[in-house]
Design a protein around this ligand. Structure first.
Ligand code: ASP
Length: 339
């Protein structure tokens, strides 16, 4: 029997057969698609303790151990909040307080000096769910600046308070106040004296945290002493929403560290979010373009930590190192300093 005869004879059977094959392949395909779907982790926390010209040669094993230990402590503090169903906001606050209370980082206790040998602190927080934000700048006597940023967001109609007004507000809401001497450490004093002599400024060491919680809410927080030997009164990018700190549930949460003047002019945090929202980029592409492309080409040194709404993490930096770490509910975990 030739093939035409065969088709004619079995035409009634062929159509149902083809439909069955088609249906089977559809079901099979959608199953394949389902297995390809990447589940969002329950929670993600990313932290940084500043980017800069960190050299392996100058880092003693003891000092490296101290940093790793503190970064680990900060990650654990934030993770325990998230694991117990706490919010991304509470998690970043817990992680940042640990780093602010440590003399190792340029924030809170270990902050750098201005050219007048005083300490002036900046900090901010942003809630990706509501786009609410709070920040303080140039404060000299609030023990934990990140707590003051939270208070501005939660207990005032404002976004940014500076100087004396910020201190007064912090007192009114019952935050712990300290004398400026609390922030004076011999290591930072020696650093600023060297820089004053060289007529130079040194940056970096800022702390920050970004998180995604079980409800899918993103948050970002940043706290810093700014740049060592900075001009008295100078405010960096860390308290500027959209520059050194940004969070938006539609895209990502970002905290920056580096040369603040560049981060302000290049609107770093918002630019990463906008490249995702309007440019369709992935978090990794957007963060890399801004840090290793735009900033690097302009001479703006630094890095960012970021997490997107799917739980992806990016930690690019264009310096030799950045104190950083992340943890995910999936068990993935990393703490690192150098490239
Ligand atoms: N970005 C901070 C500032 O310019 C400094 C830093 O990240 O180390 O104030």
């Amino acid at each position: 029997m030739n093939s035409t005869c065969f088709l004619k004879k079995n035409s009634k059977l062929i159509l149902p057969f083809l439909i069955t094959v088609l249906l089977f392949s559809c079901v099979n395909n959608s199953e394949k698609k389902d297995t390809l779907k990447i589940e969002r982790p329950d929670y993600v926390l990313v932290i940084h303790g500043g980017a800069g010209t960190l050299s392996r040669e100058r880092m003693t094993p003891e000092r490296e151990k101290e940093y790793m230990h503190k970064l680990n402590e900060a990650l654990e503090a934030g993770e325990s909040v998230l694991k117990n169903g706490g919010s991304s906001l509470e998690a970043i606050k817990a992680a940042i307080i640990i780093m602010e209370d440590s003399p190792l980082f340029n924030a809170g206790k270990g902050a750098v000096f201005t050219n007048k040998k005083t300490v002036e602190l900046d900090a901010s927080v942003m809630d990706g769910n509501t786009l609410n934000a709070g920040a303080i700048a140039s404060v000299t006597d609030i023990k934990n600046p990140i707590k003051a940023a939270f208070a501005v967001m939660e207990q005032s109609p404002h976004v940014l308070l500076a100087g004396e007004g910020a201190s007064l507000f912090a007192k009114e809401v019952g935050l712990e106040m300290v004398d400026n001497n609390y922030f004076h450490t011999p290591y930072r004093l020696e650093q600023v004296e060297r820089l004053i002599e060289l007529e130079a400024q040194e940056k970096y060491g800022t702390v920050g945290a970004v998180a995604l919680d079980k409800s899918g809410n993103l948050a970002a927080g940043t706290s810093t002493g700014g740049r060592s030997n900075k001009k008295f009164g100078r405010i960096g990018d860390s308290p500027i929403i959209g520059a050194g700190n940004y969070a938006n549930n539609q895209t990502c949460a970002v905290s920056g560290t580096g040369h603040g003047e560049f981060f302000i002019r290049y609107v770093v945090g918002f630019d990463i979010s906008a490249l995702m929202e309007y440019g369709g980029m992935s978090l990794e592409q957007a963060a890399d373009l801004v840090v290793n492309g735009k900033l690097a080409e302009a001479g703006g040194e630094g890095g960012v930590i970021a997490v997107d709404k799917h739980g992806n993490v990016a930690m690019p930096f264009n310096t030799t190192g950045m104190y950083r770490g992340f943890v995910k509910s999936t068990g993935e975990r990393e703490i690192a300093i150098f490239k």
